[in-house]
Design a binder for this molecule. Structure first.
Ligand code: SF4
Length: 309
């Protein structure tokens, strides 16, 4: 059953009414933000076949569910095919995803590849296996996309993944670099999209609980997510508790870059810079004021709206 079909008996108690109200707001927000990201980055076009990579985690379940609803409402026609890679981790419940997808009437493909054996053989015990595992998975998914005739590969990365990648690059990599909403794959042959780019992780957690997705944990293999990524994730979650606007401000900044006020000589010709006699009110004085959120009103409408929900 899809979001738009949800109809339940009228809520009877104030607590139930509040819950219903919160769930409706959550669904509207998820659809609005996903739709906006798809539009802003031209992610899906008429006639596309979108291969949704379904790992069994909350993010990919949410992505598939939201895309199915948006497809019903979209003015364009596109196909969706869900693809799961069964990596043969011990204890992987093989029946869960096919059962779920059949119930929903979604076209799907399960690709069976024992990357678990490869990863556990190559990586010394006690070391994190996720990096090699992800690389292997990526290569297989590119091949499957070709075989299925998919024109787009959709991944379930969300706002907090983008922010975490940005901070990891900043803190440990010395680069201003995040995770793009749309890109060409590293083999140069596929279009990869991240329709949940504007969605906060806490919304996907709430949505997964609300929709009762049959979630399969990724760490069946016993590996642990990179500790630095965990640390950055905790930092963002803590900010969201204590300073709700901070993460959105940083996120908004990723699409409001001012190369002339950074230091990358490849992005801006500092050496060739010369006075032109024209005063600019938004020149170097623009950020000499306080940091109390005075620039909030200047944020793009999409980011501003999140504070008003
Ligand atoms: S937790 Fe295991 S299955 Fe998940 S990415 Fe890491 S190595 Fe791969």
């Amino acid at each position: 059953m899809q979001v738009s079909e949800q109809r339940r008996a009228p809520a009877s108690s104030p607590a139930e009414r509040r819950q219903r109200h919160d769930e409706n707001k959550l669904v509207k927000r998820l659809l609005r933000e996903t739709g906006r990201a798809i539009h802003d980055y031209g992610m899906i076009e008429d006639g596309d076949t979108v291969m949704v990579c379904l790992s069994g985690g909350k993010d990919s379940f949410g992505l598939l569910d939201i895309l199915l609803t948006l497809r019903e409402r979209a003015p364009i026609r596109f196909d969706i095919i869900a693809v799961n890679l069964d990596q043969k981790q011990p204890g992987f419940p093989e029946h869960v995803l096919p059962d779920y997808l059949r119930r929903k009437g979604v076209r799907f493909h399960i690709e069976e590849q024992d990357t678990y054996s490869v990863v556990t053989r190559v990586i010394p015990e006690g070391k994190t296996m996720c990096s090699l595992c992800s690389r292997l998975r990526r290569g297989i998914l590119y091949r499957v996309a070709d075989e299925l005739g998919a024109t787009k590969i959709a991944l379930g990365h969300h706002r907090d993944d983008i922010l975490a990648t940005f901070f990891l690059n900043l803190f440990y990599g010395g680069r201003l670099k995040a995770m793009p909403p749309r890109l060409v794959s590293d083999d140069g042959r596929h279009r990869v999209i991240r329709p949940l780019a504007y969605v906060a992780e806490k919304d996907l957690i709430a949505y997964a609980a609300m929709r009762q997705f049959p979630i399969i944990p990724c760490n069946l293999c016993g590996s642990q997510e990179n500790l630095k990524r965990q640390e950055v994730g905790r930092m963002i979650a803590d900010w969201d508790q204590r300073f709700p606007s901070r993460s959105w401000n940083v996120f908004g900044a990723l699409s409001r870059v001012v190369p002339s006020h950074l230091m990358d000589r490849d992005l801006f010709d500092f050496v060739g810079l010369a006075p032109n006699g024209i005063a600019r009110p938004d020149g170097d004085t623009a950020f000499d004021g306080d940091d109390s959120g005075a620039y909030f009103g200047d944020l793009p409408a999409g980011v501003r709206q999140r504070f008003q929900d």
